[in-house]
Design a protein around this ligand. Structure first.
Ligand code: NAP
Ligand code: HSE
Length: 428
C-alpha cells in the first residue's frame, strides 16, 4: 500500500451502501485525516442489476465474494453480507490467507468463529476490525481496547438490540400488547430476516459475547451465555414494573466473578430514573465499569445506514493510519477459556402473581418466601372485584436458588392462581 488504501466491499445492503456513500461524499476529509486516499476497487452482492440508490460506477463487480476478497488490488476486505457461516466466513478466511486486513459488521460470525478467525488473522499478520458489529454507531470496542486499556474491567452492561428496546418502550408508551408491537416493528422493517435473532436475545447475546472477550481477556463464549428473549413479557408486567418505579429492558450483563464468567442477556428491571431506564426507542446504551475509571456510559444509535457505516469507516480509517490492535485487544493465544459461572450474582427480584381472594392467602406467600430465606422489601396489592387479587412483591437481594425454592413452594400453597412471574432487578 502506498498512498492508497484499496477496499473490496462484499454486501451492498443497508450498511454497504452507507459505506460507499461516506467514501464518495467525504473523500477529501478521509485523505486529510488518514494521509492516504481511500478507494474502492471492487464490490459484490447477490444481484448485480439492483438499483441501490448509489452509483457503483468505477468499481469492478465480482459475483463471488471469495474472488473479491483475494483480488490483487484489494488491501482491505470489507465484509457486510452477514451470517455466521457461508460466504461471509469463506470470504473472510480467504482474505486473511491472501494477506488482507478485514473490516466486518458481522457479530454472528465473530460470536461463533471469533477465536479461530483471530488466530488465523494473527498468524497472517493481519487485523480484523468489527466496531460496527457491536452497538452500531457507538465506538464501544474502541473504548474498551484503547481508552480503557489501563483498567481491569469489572462489569460490562447494556441494551444492545434496538428492535427489542423499541418494542418494550412502545408497549409502555402506547399501552399495546407484545404481539401488536411486534407486528408494528415488522411493518417498519426493524426485525431481522429471522426475528428470533432480535426478540430471542441472540443478536444482543452475540454482541455481549464479543465485549466480554475484550473486557476480560477470555475466548468468545457465546454458547455459555444465559439467554432469554422478550417474548414472554406482557403489558401487565411493563405497567406493574413502572408502578414500582422500574422499566423492563433486554439487558446484557457480563462480569468476572470468583465463580467464573457470568454472561447474561435477559429481561431485567432497572430503575426508571437511571440512564438505562431512560433509554427510549431503537437507541443502544453500553455501561463499562473499570477499577480506575469507575463507570462510563455510552449512548447512541445501534443500527441503521449512517450509524453502522460510521463505525465501519472508523475501522477503515484506523487501518489507513496504521493502527494495528489484536482482534480482541490482546493476542489470541493469550485469551483464556473462562469457566462459565454456574450461578448468578444475588439480586433483588420483582414478583407478580394473582392470589385467590381468601383469608390468609397473602400470609401463606409471605411464609413460603420467608422459609426459603427470601426477604420482602416492598409489596403492593391492587383493587380487585370478584377475581383474583393482583400482588406485586419486590424482594431484598437473594440468590436465584432460594427464589426458585420459594416459587416451587408457592405452587403447593393452593392460593396462587398462576405461577408468579419473576424478573431480576439489576443494580445499575
Ligand atoms: P442487508 O441489507 O440484508 O444486505 C446484505 C447484503 O449482502 C446485500 O447486498 C446482499 O446482496 C449481500 N449478500 C447476501 N448474501 C450474499 C452472498 N451469498 N453473496 C454475495 N452477497 C451477498 O444487510 P445489512 O443490514 O447491510 O447488514 C450487513 C451486516 O451488518 C450484517 O452482518 C449485519 O448483522 C450487520 N449490521 C447491520 C446493521 C444494520 O443496521 N443494518 C447494524 C449493525 C450490524 P443483495 O443486495 O444482492 O441481496
Ligand atoms: N437487529 C439489530 C438491532 C440491528 O435491532 O439492534 C443492529 O445490530
Amino acid at each position: 500500500m502506498s498512498g492508497r488504501l484499496r477496499l473490496g466491499i462484499a454486501g451492498l445492503g443497508t450498511v454497504g451502501v452507507g459505506v460507499i456513500k461516506i467514501i464518495r461524499r467525504e473523500a477529501q476529509m478521509l485523505t486529510a485525516r488518514t494521509g492516504v486516499e481511500i478507494t474502492i476497487s471492487a464490490v459484490s452482492a447477490r444481484t448485480r442489476d439492483k438499483d441501490r440508490g448509489v452509483s457503483l460506477s468505477g468499481y469492478d463487480w465480482e459475483d463471488d465474494p471469495v474472488k473479491l476478497a483475494t483480488r490483487e488490488d484489494v488491501d482491505v476486505f470489507v465484509e457486510l453480507m452477514g451470517g455466521s457461516d457461508g460466504p461471509a466466513k469463506a470470504a473472510t478466511e480467504a482474505a486473511l490467507k491472501a494477506g488482507k486486513d478485514v473490516v466486518t459488521a458481522n457479530k454472528a460470525m465473530l460470536a461463533v468463529h471469533g477465536q479461530a478467525l483471530a488466530e488465523l488473522a494473527e498468524a497472517q499478520g493481519r487485523v480484523i476490525r468489527y466496531e460496527a458489529a457491536v452497538a452500531g454507531g457507538i465506538p464501544v470496542v474502541k473504548a474498551l481496547t484503547e481508552g480503557l486499556a489501563g483498567n481491569a474491567i469489572t462489569r460490562v452492561m447494556g441494551v444492545m438490540n434496538g428492535t427489542c428496546n423499541y418494542i418494550l418502550t412502545r408497549m409502555e408508551s402506547a399501552g399495546l400488547p407484545y404481539e401488536e408491537v411486534f407486528e408494528e416493528a415488522n411493518q417498519l422493517g426493524y426485525l431481522e430476516a429471522d426475528p428470533e435473532l432480535d426478540v430471542g436475545g441472540i443478536d444482543a447475546g452475540h454482541k455481549l459475547s464479543l465485549l466480554a472477550a475484550v473486557a476480560f481477556g477470555t475466548r468468545v463464549a457465546f454458547d455459555d451465555m444465559e439467554l432469554e428473549g422478550i417474548g414472554r413479557l406482557t403489558i401487565e408486567d411493563i405497567r406493574a414494573a413502572a408502578d414500582m418505579g422500574y422499566r423492563i429492558k433486554l439487558l446484557g450483563v457480563a462480569r468476572m466473578t470468583g465463580r467464573g464468567l457470568e454472561q447474561r442477556m435477559s429481561p431485567c428491571l432497572v430503575p426508571m430514573t437511571s440512564p438505562l431506564g431512560q433509554l427510549e426507542g431503537g437507541t443502544n446504551m453500553v455501561v463499562l465499569e473499570g477499577n480506575a475509571v469507575e463507570r462510563i456510559v455510552l449512548r447512541g444509535p445501534g443500527a441503521g445506514e449512517g450509524p453502522t457505516a460510521s463505525a465501519v469507516m472508523g475501522d477503515v480509517c484506523d487501518i489507513a493510519r496504521g493502527l494495528r490492535i489484536p482482534v480482541f485487544g490482546q493476542k489470541a493465544e493469550t485469551l483464556v477459556a473462562a469457566v462459565p459461572a454456574k450461578s448468578v450474582t444475588p439480586a433483588a427480584y420483582y414478583l407478580r402473581m394473582t392470589l385467590q381472594d381468601k383469608p390468609g392467602a397473602l400470609a401463606k406467600v409471605a411464609t413460603v418466601l420467608g422459609e426459603a430465606g427470601v426477604s420482602i422489601h416492598r409489596m403492593r396489592q391492587y383493587d380487585h372485584e370478584g377475581g383474583g387479587a393482583p400482588v406485586l412483591i419486590v424482594t431484598h437481594q437473594t440468590d436465584r436458588q432460594s427464589l426458585d425454592v420459594a416459587l416451587s413452594a408457592m405452587d403447593k400453597t393452593g392460593v396462587v392462581e398462576t405461577r408468579p412471574v419473576a424478573i431480576r432487578i439489576e443494580e445499575v
